[in-house]
Design a protein around this ligand. Structure first.
Ligand SMILES: Nc1ncnc2c1ncn2[C@@H]1O[C@H](COP(=O)(O)OP(=O)(O)OP(=O)(O)O)[C@@H](O)[C@H]1O
Ligand SMILES: Nc1ncnc2c1ncn2[C@@H]1O[C@H](COP(=O)(O)OP(=O)(O)OP(=O)(O)O)[C@@H](O)[C@H]1O
Ligand SMILES: [Mg+2]
Ligand SMILES: [Mg+2]
Lengths: 254, 254
């Protein structure tokens, strides 16, 4: 059975895309075929993996507009066992395009339900709680919440948890919290320690043991179009995402 | 005459709020009364300045829904000459609330047109190009674009410039580019240097001379509810935002 995870947080720049790419590559390296779906019109997951969409190539926009299946839109990446469905800048107007369509929030779920052959699917969300993130949450089993070890990061969590409750309660979809992942942790500052204490106090066991350090290799890797595993395997950045993958595999192992 | 600037970039976490707060405080310190309008439902500009909205207090949501004027919603901050109109988490549904209203994109412009007494107004935008950012662009004379010295930062610029062209061309509003501000510049990495070269090549004189360094004081200040000017005046973070204010004042001096 495929495990589907939405990587979401409406706070910007907290490491959603970096987590989708590097956790995805680590799961694939552990022999679990993984699909990354880029639900963000910015398209960073695509370029971070060196995948660009040319004229006429199918993207998630075509899938959500019912013009093709996921199978037609998905592409292999340079990483064995890791695949990507790229986004399109035109998805910015999806809310307008699908206005009035009763099933607008369910388009992604319908598209992935019939897709086989993947152990994991990761949905990289944009920094907002609109129709695109709603589609990802309704298509997922769980939501992984990257939280930057910074002051503003705690503020948005209440709104995000309210959105998860809305999906579970009002829409009746049993979305769990897969986990909270602390990112960009700079151990030289007290601020990071304070944020970690508050996050562990608030979320308890749902916080990943692994903390992602601030590590320049993680920000350099996308400029080479590859995950950090391939760019700098021995770096703290690469090793920390391998550890997250191990935690995720252990949690879902039957 | 008031100069109104939208601080916008749909890429998340690039320093929009940090720029609004610290540039605003620096302009106020230079004797120019400044109003920060928090157009982002996350409300980070409010909490970064230690301003919280209690029950029944007016916010930008009430202004945009036509329930009160800007004068009624604006508050003083702990900084002399610096005022804030706080946002509300409920602004997330503004697109739905104002559906069908012909003047939906012009609500902020109408609200600020009659407001006097400020030399500068800074509009802190959310990380998206939806109705809220459109309102800010239509209410502003210029747009200041913070660009993080990181790989993904360059990707979104094309979409942002297209949005500016749409506002100028299709909507006929003479929005200029006030400037591009490089932020979180980490001089230890080559990546930052590469991004700076590309930004200066592409934008030329429209790039601020001042570059904001990555500086931990900037990320600590909001947890104390104050701008970095008040928290750590001699830090590189505070000094760099004072330099930006000087550049802005020189550019608009007649
Ligand atoms: N642990 C880390 N150490 C250093 N840099 C990092 C780390 N994680 C992410 N980055 C860099 O920080 C920036 C923000 O990360 P990223 O783009 O993954 O966040 P995001 O949440 O996907 O942003 P958005 O909200 O725009 O989608 C990127 O330039 C990325 O390369
Ligand atoms: N120059 C800097 N040095 C160090 N930290 C910084 C700097 N500028 C901003 N930060 C920190 O980086 C994080 C992102 O900055 P900020 O929240 O201002 O970005 P933003 O563009 O407003 O984000 P969003 O897209 O969510 O609105 C914050 O935690 C902030 O404190
Ligand atoms: Mg992203
Ligand atoms: Mg902000």
């Amino acid at each position: 059975k495929t495990r589907r995870i939405a990587i979401a947080n409406q706070k910007g720049g907290v490491g959603k895309t970096t987590t989708a790419i590097n956790l995805g590559a680590s799961l694939a390296a552990a022999g679990r075929p993984t699909l990354i779906v880029d639900v963000d019109p910015q398209g960073n997951a695509g370029s971070g993996l060196g995948v660009y969409s040319g004229e006429g190539e199918k993207t998630l926009k075509d899938v959500l507009n019912g013009l093709c299946s996921m199978t037609e839109a998905l592409r292999p990446t340079a990483v064995e066992g890791l695949y990507l469905v790229p986004s399109s800048p035109e998805m910015v107007s999806l809310e307008r395009d699908l206005l009035g369509a009763q099933d607008a929030p369910l388009r992604l779920r319908r598209a992935v339900e019939s897709l086989e052959g993947f152990a994991y699917m990761l949905f990289d969300c944009p920094p907002s709680l609109g129709l695109l993130t709603l589609n990802a949450m309704l298509a997922a089993d769980g939501v992984l919440i990257p939280v930057q070890a910074e002051y503003y990061a705690l503020e948005g969590l209440t709104q995000l948890l309210r959105a998860v409750e809305y999906v579970r309660g009002r829409l009746g979809h049993p979305l769990e919290i897969d986990g909270v992942l602390l990112t960009m942790y700079d151990s030289r500052t007290r601020l990071a320690e304070d944020v970690e204490k508050q996050v562990r106090k608030h979320f308890g066991r749902r916080v990943y043991q692994t903390v992602i350090p601030r590590n320049v290799r993680l920000s350099e890797a996308p400029s080479h179009g590859m995950p950090v595993l391939e760019y700098a395997l021995t770096s703290r950045g690469a090793q920390s995402y391998l550890a997250v993958a191990r935690e995720m595999l252990a949690a879902t192992a039957v």
